[in-house]
Design a protein around this ligand. Sequence first.
Ligand SMILES: C[S@@+](CC[C@H](N)C(=O)[O-])C[C@H]1O[C@@H](n2cnc3c(N)ncnc32)[C@H](O)[C@@H]1O
Length: 298
Amino acid sequence: MSFVATRPALSHKMPPSSVRWVTRQLKDPYVRERSAHPVKFRARSAFKLMEIDNQYTIFKHQDVHTVVDLGAAPGAWSQVVAYKLGWLQPASHDKKVKLPLSASISGFGVKEYIPERWIKDGPAAEDEFLDPLADLDEAEEVPQQRGRGAIIALDLIRMSPIPGVQSIQQNFLHEQAHAYLDALLKSTPGSNGMADIILSDMAANATGSRAHDVGSCLEIAESVFNFTKTHLRAAESIGRRRGGVLVMKYFAHPLMAQFSKELLEPNFHYVHINKPRSSRSESSECYWICMGWKGSAV
Ligand SMILES: C[S@@+](CC[C@H](N)C(=O)[O-])C[C@H]1O[C@@H](n2cnc3c(N)ncnc32)[C@H](O)[C@@H]1O
């Protein structure tokens, strides 16, 4: 039976926004790939970081030890980093991969993967990046091994554990969060209190007011930059011109371009703008890939 035949069954139980969301997820090739990938990523956002790494080669250098992941929940980017640093051994390809999408073939069971509250209210804005087909428990089935370095993840919301990842539940915009990160970095052996890579996929919930949303994006970018100034290892001390990397999400706007011109471009040897193929075309999200931190901000 095709998925089309399941729509009427879904539509009488859920509001139209939920049906649209589920339909889009089920058609999305990255959602399918997520399920089939041996690491069983928690969200399709994993593929954005995989694409960025394929293009700019940020993780494979042996001098990369300490990675900070800001706005990390539900944990797909942290899983990518843990995988790249050798903390996650992909499950055997011989092992039968349980495909949650089988629900779309039979037309039965889809609702089992959808939070009950969605059936009543539809997805909330913050659910946009969550994949209701994800099964967080599956991630813990992946055999554990010792990787290199350490990954420190921070988010407003709680994250299920990932091998090699220490997570903090904090608001990054509060000073206290920087103090926690600082303490964790200082207690990470070999890091000297500094990160080799800082990732930020943080985004405030959209309010519908363009001016307000740009203001939030700018506030996050400024806070990430301030943290970078004190906690990113410089290219010179790493001994690689592209060493000391910041990957940061932003939403395209002239004020963000000005932010890059005034703060990022003078302080990194290279600043690239990237829109991964796996980033939805209707979203104005882009990523700055800033490589080669010069060390003391100008
Ligand atoms: C797009 S999601 C990140 C997805 C994540 N990279 C992944 O692959 O699983 C954005 C995250 O930013 C977090 N966030 C937004 N503002 C934040 C803040 N001020 N402090 C900490 N986390 C924040 C949200 O809670 C949300 O989990």
